[in-house]
Design a binder for this molecule. Sequence first.
Ligand code: PLP
Length: 461
Amino acid sequence: MEVFLNAEDKIPKYIQLYEQLKEKIISHDLVAGEKLPSIRYLAQELNLSKHTIDASYQQLIAEGYIKSVPRSGLYVLPIEEFSISKENGNTTAICSTDINNTIDFHYGSIDLEKFPLSTWGKCIKLAMEEELAILQYGVPQGDFLLRGEIRKYVAQSRGITCSEKQIFICNGTQQAVSFIVQLLNLMKQPVYFENPGYNEVRNILEKWQCDILPVPIESDGINLNTIYNGQAKVAYVTPSHQFPLGMILPIQKRLDLLKWAKNQNTYIIEDDYNSEFRYTGKPIPSLKSLDKLDKVIYLGTFSKSLLPAVRCCYMILPDSLIENAQKMIHQQTQNCSPILQRAIAIFMRDGYFQKHVRRMKTTYQKKQQTLVQAIKEQFKDEVEIIGQQGGLHILLKFKHADVDQLIERAKIAGVKIYSPKKHWIDSDEMSYLMLGFGGLPNEEILKGIMIIGSCFDKMNS
Ligand SMILES: Cc1ncc(COP(=O)(O)O)c(C=O)c1O
C-alpha cells in the first residue's frame, strides 16, 4: 500500500496515516470488504511503531471506515453516500452523516423529517384565524375544542369513555403529576412507584416530599405482592409499555390492581405515554378502559405522537375528583399555549393527526427493525435486547461489558449512548444501555451501531 508520511510535518504520523487511509477509502482506492495490512506488517513496511499504526486504525474504526473482525483482521466498510469534490487539490467529503456529526441515541427525540411541517403551520394559522379569543390566556382547564377531540380520540384508540369535563390539559407529564399530588394531598404521603420507573416523574414526587415506595418489576410487570402488603395512597404505573423495560401488564394483574385501588379506596395514575407506537400484536386496551369504579387517573401526552415542543399532555380524571380539580385549576393559569392547544385540536379535527400517527408507526417500526437487526449482527449473543414490542427506545443488557466504559468510548468516537440507571431506585445497575431511535435516520442507526460495536470489540480484545 502506498503511503507517504512527511517526517518534517508537525502533524503527528498517526494522523497523517489516518488521513491518507481515509482518503483511499473515500475515493474507493480501498474498497468495501478489502482487508487492511496487519499492524505488524504495516509497521515494518513504513518503519513506524505498532502503536502509531494502531492509533490510526483505531481512529478509522471509531469513525466507521473500517471494522475489526475478531481473530481475522481489519476490513474496509462500505461507504456509499459520499460525494467527492476536489477543491484546490484537496478532497472534501460531503455526506449527510458527516463524521463530525454526533450520532445521538437520546431517548425522547422524535422523527422530524416526516413531520408535516406545512400542514402543522396551517393549523397554527387557522387556530388564530378561527377564533381570536384563543390569543388571550385561555380556559384554565384547557381548550374546549381540544378536549372534545381528545375525548373522541381516546374512545376510538384507547377504549376510554369519558366526557370533556373529565379532561384537563397540562403542559407536560411532570406538571400533570404535580397537579395530582396537590389534588390528592399526597405531600409526605406514601406513593407506589415502579422500580425501575420514569425518573422524571419520580423527581416531581420527591420534590413534593412524597414517600416513594418502590415496586419491583418482574418479567410481567409490577410485583403485586408489594402493593398488597404496603399502604400507599396512590400507585403510579405504566401498564401498556412499562418504562423503561417495555413489558405489558397482563390482564389479570390489571384487574388485581384495580381491585386493590377499590379495596384501599386509593387511586392509580396510569401513564399511557406510548400507546400509539406498538409494533407487535394488537393495541393494548388502557387500564382506564377497564376502570368501572373510577379509580384511574389517566395521563396521555402529545410528546411522542406529535411534537415534544408543544408541551401538551392531558389527564382524564375520575368523576369523583372533578369538582376539586376544577376549583384548583381555576386558581391557576393554563400553562400550555392556547394557540398550540387549538392548533392540535384542528390537526386532530381535520384528520391529520390520525394519518400522522399511522405513518409514524410504520416509520418507527422500520427504524426499530433496522436497529434490532444491526444489534443482532454486531453483538450476536453478547446482549439481550429488551422492549421490542413498541415505543421509541430499546434497552440492551450486556452480559460482560462495562457499560460506563462503553459509553465513554462511544462518545469519543462520536456516538452518544446512555445508561438508564437513573430510572432505578437505589441501584447501581450497570449492565443496561438505553437506545432511543426515534430521531435518527436509518443510516445513522446503522453507522452508530457499527461504531458502538467497534468500541465494544476494542474493549474485549
Ligand atoms: C414514562 C413517560 N411518561 C411520560 C412521558 C412524556 O412526558 P412529557 O409529556 O412531559 O413530554 C415520557 C416521555 O419521554 C415518558 O417516558
